[in-house]
Design a protein around this ligand. Structure first.
Ligand code: NAD
Ligand code: SER
Length: 314
């Protein structure tokens, strides 16, 4: 067991719910404080409500619990962000500043802040998008992540704060539901498949996007946070890749196990967001610096998703 004491912000979200449990296993339940704007249920360790926009409450909570690492997962995601861009900017940026300042002034060891494939726009290479690429995002979410990455880098260079970050692709898992992103269809589709209900996809069938299965995403996060600081050459955010597929390809993967599963396509405003993102990501820098390697491909993920979701829909 390690000595650090961790604060998770956004612990009730799609990734936070799973990451919190993994961190409790690694650091001991009592050393991981789960927080969210929403009340948290089914917790296996300490938890409380906390608004990351409330700088004083955040600082006081961190001080009171002797926090040494913050995992800042609270954000408004790509699709929800487009409905109220100014609110998305306010929440994503102000919460990050509050986290960075709390960590800096309380001399914390480390901060984790996830970025996203949403930092890329149409000017970026669409396939095998490199680590160091032109970043002209088309969503307020992507703009906030580019700015956040640069502030993370700034706090590292200027103050020596050990901020680490991954550009997650779309994350797919059975444990939790997604919270307003453009890749959400790739979670929802499995829930429909196990219930033998037809699914309507909000993207065109031929839209490739980078994705990652939750166990790989959680392992990547822990591995990055455990890596020796002197191995890390990227202090904005690391490209991270697992698999890439289109809605037609995930449908075919599911149909191998659920024959007769029906999917129709009704693209909405999220199609334009997906069209501005890469189809695949080059994560060679993460592999070289801290040994990243994904384990799940599309069919392995499908098998595991269906197995676990069938238990949820008996
Ligand atoms: P989510 O929307 O499922 O969860 C976010 C959580 O933050 C929610 O529980 C929400 O209640 C909480 N929250 C919102 N405002 C808050 C505030 N002011 N104070 C405290 N909590 C607040 O998001 P997620 O999918 O779990 O994503 C977590 C992080 O990973 C985000 O930064 C997101 O941008 C990033 N990310 C996610 C994906 C993905 O596919 N899920 C991909 C790339 C990056
Ligand atoms: N899955 C996220 C979204 O679609 C990517 O950051 O918003």
């Amino acid at each position: 067991m390690k000595q650090d004491r961790l604060l998770i912000i956004g612990a009730g979200g799609q990734i936070g719910a799973v990451l919190t449990e993994a961190l409790r296993e690694a650091y001991g339940s009592d050393n991981v404080l789960a927080t969210d704007l929403r009340p948290l249920t089914n917790q296996t360790g300490p938890s409380q409500t906390l608004d990351a926009l409330d700088a004083a409450a955040l600082a006081e909570t961190a001080q009171k619990h002797g926090i040494t690492q913050i995992y800042h997962l609270a954000a408004i995601l790509s699709a929800t962000g487009e409905k109220d861009p100014q609110r998305a900017w306010e929440i994503n940026m102000r919460s990050l500043f509050n986290v960075l300042e709390t960590a800096r002034t309380q001399n914390m060891h480390k901060v984790y802040f996830p970025s996203s494939i949403a930092v890329f726009g149409r000017e970026a290479h669409r396939e095998n998008t490199p680590q160091h690429e032109v970043l002209i995002p088309e969503t307020v979410y992507g703009i906030s992540k580019v700015a956040g990455e640069n502030w993370a880098n700034y706090y590292f260079r200027r103050y020596g704060l050990d901020v680490r970050s991954l550009r997650y692709p779309g994350i797919i898992g059975y444990q939790s539901l997604p919270g307003g992103g453009t890749t959400d269809y790739a979670v929802d589709i499995y829930h429909y498949a196990v219930q033998n209900k037809p699914f309507t996809c909000f993207l065109r069938d031929n839209t490739p996007l980078p994705m990652l299965y939750m166990p790989d995403a959680i392992r990547a996060t822990l591995e990055l946070m455990e890596a020796p600081a002197d191995k890390l050459t990227v202090r904005t955010s690391y490209n991270l890749s697992g698999m890439s597929f289109t809605p037609a390809e995930i449908t075919a993967s599911i149909q191998k196990q659920v024959p007769g599963f029906q999917v129709s396509y009704e693209p909405d405003f999220r199609q334009a967001i997906a069209d501005s993102w890469p189809g695949s990501i080059n994560d060679s820098t993460a592999r070289a610096d801290w040994g990243w390697k994904p384990e799940f491909d599309l069919d392995a993920m499908t098998a595991d998703m269906l197995l676990n979701l069938r238990a949820q829909y008996p």
